[in-house]
Design a protein around this ligand. Structure first.
Ligand code: PMP
Length: 322
């Protein structure tokens, strides 16, 4: 293996792994893109790098400038890492309901952390609106705006999708993942369809999100709730506009956790809940396509980020996750 010239070049080019248990359950081949192998241990490093480079190219971010963002955590970690490597400051606005590990990580990385109460998107106190206001008030600051900044999905069109296509040697029948900003789903979907229109792209939605109903019958409607961090969208973000979604699934936290548990116990892989939900969705997609189907999905982040929550038995008991 060649020497990597600098730390930012460690972002992307993640491995693709065949998942044994899920492949058997699907009667096909399920592959996980190991996004936890990025330096910030999540898929969001890609979007963070793309958003910062885009702001530099537009002349919006000048040396010593500040990046402000509202995030469930992983984007903040990615932004802070990239900002440190490039000499910028970061201010991260985050709902106080996110995992303790993410907050500690952000502080350790030197980000200025602003915690806000969990509030609906319609409220001016929602973390996204708070971060936009803070960016406007801070001299020399840019707002990363991951939800509606399509530099986010471009990172997946040119990066993640191309890597999956090459790693699978073009032999891929389907791709699915859940959506937070929708950058991964739309970007990988668009990138793969550019190679082969026939690749089936599926949304895997957690409960409490509105996209399943949107793709099924054109109406944004949510039902139930989920404790999964980083996914579950209630609107069509700019990143989701034009996403080539062919089919959709709804996966419960219990089904997602079943696969988190099995991958940990049987395959030695410690993941977060969004990865488990993605794997459950990939199995449904492979079964829908038919025997032997080859389906890829995203292993979004490391489970070590959730030792106080998902991987803590007391927390699971409180949340009703068996
Ligand atoms: N899983 C986790 C743990 C995340 O933090 C995110 C990002 N919010 C996602 C999945 C979804 O990625 P995207 O924003 O590209 O839809």
């Amino acid at each position: 293996m060649a020497i990597i010239p600098d730390t930012l070049s460690l972002i992307g080019n993640t491995p693709l792994v065949r998942l044994k248990g899920p492949s058997e359950a699907a009667g096909g081949e399920i592959f996980g893109k190991c996004e936890y192998a990025n330096p910030g241990a999540s898929v969001k490093d890609r979007a963070a790098l793309a958003i910062i480079e885009d702001a530099e190219e537009r002349g919006a971010l000048l040396p010593g400038g500040t990046i402000v963002e509202g995030t469930a955590g992983n984007t903040g970690i990615g932004l802070a890492l990239v900002a440190n490597a490039k000499g910028y400051r970061t201010v991260i606005v985050m709902p106080e309901t996110q995992s303790r590990e993410k907050m500690d990580t952000l502080r350790a990385l030197g980000a200025e952390l602003v915690l806000v109460p969990a509030a609906p998107y319609s409220s001016p106190c929602h973390f996204v609106h708070t971060s936009r206001r803070l960016a406007e008030e801070t001299p020399g600051a840019v707002w990363a705006n991951q939800f509606d900044n399509i530099a986010n999905r471009r990172a997946h069109i040119t990066g993640t999708a191309e890597e999956i296509w090459a790693q699978m040697d073009g032999r891929i029948d389907g791709f699915t993942c859940a959506a937070g900003t929708g950058g991964t789903l739309a970007g990988v979907g668009m990138g793969l369809k550019a190679h082969d229109e026939g690749i089936r792209i599926a949304l895997t939605d957690p409960h409490g999100a509105a996209l399943y109903e949107y793709y099924a019958c054109g109406e944004l409607k949510a039902e139930g709730s989920s404790v999964a961090e980083g996914i579950g969208q209630g609107r069509i973000t700019a990143n989701l506009e034009g996403a080539p979604v062919d089919t959709q699934f709804r996966v419960s936290d219990a089904e997602g956790y079943h696969w988190v548990r099995r991958l940990l116990d049987e395959e030695g892989l410690c993941l977060g809940l969004s990865s488990g939900i993605n794997v459950a969705g990939a199995i449904l997609l492979a079964r829908q396509i038919g025997p032997g189907a080859r389906v890829a999905t995203i292993l979004c982040d490391t489970g070590f980020r959730y030792l106080s929550t998902l991987h803590n038995p007391e927390w699971r008991a409180i949340k009703g996750l068996a």
